[in-house]
Design a binder for this molecule. Structure first.
Ligand code: SAM
Length: 283
């Protein structure tokens, strides 16, 4: 067990500062005060951070900590903090560590007894969720789906029975493909595309997946979050034993493993990936 009070006896501390996700005014006074007070600001992209800080007249030494150097850069920062330097980390937008670098820095800092404190601000999926009209009491943040179609499909199949509202980050280049994939797996669930949040072109596009597949995707530009309704159907109570029995039965009749899986999926109305896993287990 490890108890760590962030603001005690000038203990070494790294600030993770959330930055605007669009509208540059969305940064708190506390964030600006803390950034102004630092010896060094580590940033995912020093050019972006330079321009944000310039808006507020803050001139600081910047240090690059991005995905490709996260390991070494984190170790360097931790050494600096231990030697008494005041250090903050900011990513390009929103919270560091949320589909952005930051996690490794925090993990290493905690392991080394260095405190970490967050300075609040905007987070794209929180903005999207609370204004989506979908339930906010329980939610599941997935982040970016794999760009590889088969990996994305498998990940989505694994999410099929989740009852929480599900959130994805997406880019304009893949939105059409992703909405079509969502439709093929989640059928006609309600879905919201929340785009350009906090910016002048902010827009919420809400409907069933069968409506959203017909969007003119050329008009869906900018940054976006997909908010998907959770499963509202009763969860299929078919046991693993029942599925295995079915697989063995059809295979004993001479069906190939693939055919037996397809028949079991069809007859028992259970997700294919679940039946596939069980078929691997009984080999
Ligand atoms: N760290 C950020 C956060 O806390 O939300 C997320 C960074 S991630 C690299 C960038 C993705 O976040 C975008 O591709 C988009 O899916 C989402 N995003 C960021 N800003 C957004 C905005 N203004 N409107 C909608 N989505 C946004």
């Amino acid at each position: 067990m490890n108890r760590n009070k962030s603001f005690e006896n000038n203990k070494p501390l790294i600030y993770l500062v959330a930055t605007p996700i669009g509208n540059l005014s969305e940064i708190t006074k506390r964030a600006l005060d803390i950034l102004q007070d630092m010896d060094l600001i580590a940033a995912e992209d020093t050019r972006n951070t330079f321009s944000l800080l310039s808006q507020y007249g803050i001139k600081k030494e910047l240090f690059s900590l991005r995905e490709h150097n996260e390991n070494e850069a984190s170790e360097h920062l931790i050494k600096l903090v231990k030697s008494g330097k005041k250090v903050a980390y900011v990513s390009d937008a929103g919270y560091p560590g949320i589909s952005d670098p930051g996690y490794l820095l925090v993990k290493k800092a905690r392991e080394e007894g260095v405190g970490v404190s967050t300075v609040s601000g905007s987070c794209a999926f929180i903005n999207a969720l609370v204004a989506s009209g979908l339930p906010t009491n329980h939610f599941y943040f997935y982040g970016f789906l794999s760009k590889k179609g088969n990996e994305a499909k498998k990940a989505l199949e694994d999410l099929r029975e989740r009852q929480e509202t599900i959130l994805f980050y997406e880019s304009p280049h893949h939105i059409e493909e992703t909405i079509k994939l969502l439709y093929s797996i989640f059928d006609n669930r309600h879905c919201v595309i929340a785009r350009e949040l906090t910016k002048i072109n902010e827009e919420y596009i809400s409907g069933t997946l069968s409506e959203l597949v017909n969007l003119d995707f050329k008009t869906i530009k900018g940054e976006m979050v997909i908010v998907l309704e959770g499963n509202t159907q009763p969860i299929n109570q078919i046991s693993d034993d029942k599925i295995i029995e079915k697989l063995r039965f059809y295979m004993s009749l001479g069906a190939s493993e693939k055919a037996a899986i397809l028949i079991a999926v069809e007859e028992l109305k259970v997700p294919k990936n679940r039946v596939y896993k069980l078929a691997q287990d009984i080999k």
